[in-house]
Write a protein that binds this ligand. Structure first.
Ligand SMILES: Cc1ncc(C[n+]2csc(CCOP(=O)(O)OP(=O)(O)O)c2C)c(N)n1
Length: 334
């Protein structure tokens, strides 16, 4: 059975720049999300948006200062968090939502689900939930064949983990000992279905990977430093040629499945507990201040700088033009 990943983390053992960068990344992700929701409410952005508020620690912890541009990620549909941590410029992500040529899709208005930024190793997601699991073994296989030390991380939800694509992917990854890391963002719900209603394994989703002989663990995905540690170990393992790792990161979404979902299928007290006691940003802020490494004022200032950066990015994205009609033919192969 999968073990719970625990480590004594002492902030004094870390480079202060890393700690601040982790905090800043989480704040940036949240502020991006809140501002995007505002733009939707103002009628400037249409379509679906799956907010990642509440799970920022998982993405910042597993990417910030760990992955290079040449390392690959496949994000999930709640994955602006991961794109931001991987360094995709904020104006480009907003541009995709606003449909202007600033976006990574240069105006095809893909929103979250179908955009990519290969120059930063963001290889996209896939149209159907869980298909990124099949793609991930492809890029990991390519890195292995080329003899590079690139790693691939694939993010997916608990719902996606109930699909057959996960099993095909795990089998292939183990068979070829591929440099791929599975990060299952277990927020307990697939739309309104609780994880206990969608999985044959009753203890942990990570237990599935046990059957394929893949090292695995369950980790508090809202603890940014634990996420950093567990991913660092998995990356080292992959780079040494020791193959895949499966990490089940426990978290909870603060908002409904998509903006507009009444979110009335969950226990309100449970949600409140996650917000009050297990918020990744609030908790890390307390840790930083208590350690004496920084002050509340410093972190407030940092938050203001981030907000400024976000507003500038929105301005760039909004001021860019819509694409010309012939954009539709660019990148079209037939
Ligand atoms: C193959 C497939 N089935 C169903 C859907 C519709 N769908 C979109 S998101 C979603 C829930 C996914 O849940 P999970 O993987 O747990 O991610 P979460 O939304 O909780 O982050 C479903 C069923 C889809 N896009 N693709």
């Amino acid at each position: 059975m999968a073990e719970i990943y625990q480590r004594d983390v002492n902030l004094e053992d870390y480079d202060p720049d890393l700690l601040i960068e982790l905090y800043k990344t989480m704040v940036k992700i949240r502020s991006f999300d809140e501002n995007l929701i505002r733009l939707m409410q103002e009628g400037k952005v249409s379509g679906f948006y799956h907010s990642g508020i509440g799970s920022e620690g998982l993405s910042a912890g597993s990417i910030t200062k760990l992955l290079r541009d040449e390392d690959y990620i496949y994000y999930n549909h709640r994955g602006c968090n991961q794109k931001i941590a991987k360094g995709v410029p904020l104006s480009k992500i907003y541009g995709d939502f606003l449909g202007t040529i600033e976006g990574t899709t240069k105006g095809l208005g893909a929103g979250i689900v179908h955009s990519a930024d290969p120059s930063r190793g963001v290889l996209g997601q896939a149209g159907t939930i869980g298909s990124q699991l099949s793609l991930a073994v492809g890029s990991a296989f390519a890195s292995q064949m080329k003899g590079t030390d690139q790693v691939t991380i694939v993010y997916f939800g608990d719902g996606a983990a109930s699909r057959e694509t996960m099993h095909g992917s795990l089998n292939w990854a183990k068979l070829y000992n591929l440099p791929v890391i599975y990060i299952c963002e277990n927020n307990e719900y697939a739309i309104s279905c609780h994880v206990s209603e969608t999985h044959g394994v009753k203890a942990h989703i990570a237990d599935w990977s046990e059957g394929y002989g893949i090292p695995n663990c369950v980790v508090d995905g809202n603890d940014v430093l634990l996420m950093h540690e567990v991913t660092k170990e998995a990356i080292e393992r992959a780079k040494k040629g020791r193959g895949p790792t499966f990490i089940e990161a426990q978290t909870f979404r603060h908002r409904g499945h998509f903006e507009g979902d009444p979110y009335d299928y969950i226990d309100k007290a449970v949600l409140q507990d996650w917000k009050d006691n297990r918020d990744p940003i609030k908790n890390f802020k307390k840790q930083l201040i208590n350690s004496g490494l920084t002050t509340e004022d410093h972190l407030i200032n940092l938050g203001k700088q981030v907000e400024e950066e976000i507003l500038q990015a929105i301005e760039i994205a909004e001021n860019a033009p819509m694409p010309e009609r012939n954009r539709i033919y660019e990148g079209l192969f037939a």
